[in-house]
Design a binder for this molecule. Structure first.
Ligand code: 13P
Length: 346
């Protein structure tokens, strides 16, 4: 495996520039759903190659939009096919950094195994070393990999955390910065206390493992879920309660030395994801930066605004920019719902 020296300017940007990481890495399994939101029906593509052409068009529109710049967006997560393609005649990662000053990341997992012990670990990745080599040759800075936790089963959680860190070490050894993403799913009717309990166990296991394996805390990024009531629960916690439980969980289990936390949105509505992040930051300052790396909560409004119609491309780009602006305010605790109605200028 070729090792690689981190790009110093990118490292500096990740460490010092306030901003967020755009998740643009939906791939195989979830792509038809993403395209459907975009207004493109399954009958519109004959095979996977055509489907991925459409995905690339959609991603290109987001990445090339005027509001998509390194001023607010410090990083973007791509999936392999997007990394392999070009935007305006440059490889995507080079376009992101050279034109937009956005640090490129790559999703490396290839999906999840069936549920066992209340969790879904990632499928084996026998080709990871080759993929990391390719990522280095394409000037990728870091990686991300997600696995799912559905129950507080100690052996399930242990297998999730072991796998995340085993792979993280291989990624660090290849000279890349891993984003570790063990997601506690929030489907179902559970209470917020239950989510607190499961998330606490996961974070506790994550940081015990990190220290046991002597993984450099500064060489990894954590992408966690917020502590929420189940989406199907009858009496769901509001923003302030979510902030209180999530902060309590993080204060108890996440060391102050961790430089930054970037939340996933995990199926929350876009405005809820913003308001919850804001409620946490309004209670700051905290020992860590609380930022976000949303996928759905950033893209869904843009996809809805486009509806797959050429004449709506600009409206879609504005919708993405607007969400980015609202969440950037939430990053500093200065978001207010009235800002949702402000005129959008990209
Ligand atoms: P969501 O914000 O849609 O949960 O996605 C997060 C993610 O990890 C995609 O990279």
């Amino acid at each position: 495996m070729t090792t690689h020296v981190l790009n110093g300017e990118q490292l500096q940007k990740m460490k010092t520039h306030p901003g967020f990481i755009a998740a643009l890495d939906q791939s195989g399994g979830s792509t038809p759903h993403a395209l459907a939101l975009y207004g493109i029906k399954k009958q519109s593509w004959a095979d996977d190659a055509e489907m991925f052409d459409l995905v690339h068009q959609m991603r290109t529109r987001i990445i090339t939009s005027p509001g998509f710049t390194g001023e607010r967006i410090i990083g973007a997560i791509l999936f392999e096919d997007t990394m392999d393609r070009e935007i305006e005649e440059q490889p995507t990662a080079d376009y992101l950094w050279k034109v937009k000053r956005v640090v490129p990341f790559l999703k490396v997992d290839k999906g999840l195994q069936d549920e066992k012990d209340g969790v879904q670990v990632m499928k084996p990745m026998p080709a990871l070393a080759a993929l990391l080599d390719k990522a280095n040759s394409k000037h990728i800075f870091g990686t991300k990999m997600r696995s799912f936790i559905k129950q507080a089963n100690p052996s399930g959680i242990e297998s999730i955390v072991n796998q995340q860190f085993e792979l993280a070490q291989q990624i660090i050894a290849a000279g890349l910065v891993p984003i570790v993403e063990p997601e506690v799913l929030q489907d179902g009717t559970h209470t917020i206390e239950r989510s607190f309990h499961v998330t606490s166990r996961v974070l506790d296991a994550v940081y015990t493992e990190l220290f046991d394996q002597r993984v450099d805390v500064f060489g990894t990024l954590l992408k966690p879920n917020m502590v929420l009531s189940g989406y199907g629960a009858a009496d769901r916690a509001g923003h302030d309660e979510i902030a209180r439980w999530t902060l309590e969980c993080f204060y108890k289990h996440v060391p102050a030395a961790v430089p930054g936390i970037v939340f996933l949105s995990g199926g929350q509505s876009d405005e809820d994801a913003t308001a919850n992040l804001n409620a946490m930051n309004a209670n700051g300052p905290h020992p860590w930066q609380l930022s976000f790396s949303y996928g759905r909560a950033l893209q869904a409004p843009a996809l809805r605004a486009w509806g797959g119609k050429e004449e709506n491309v600009e409206a879609g780009q504005h919708a993405y920019y607007h969400r980015a602006k609202m969440n950037s305010a939430a990053r500093t605790g200065s978001y207010a719902p009235e800002m949702e109605r402000e005129a959008v200028t990209a």
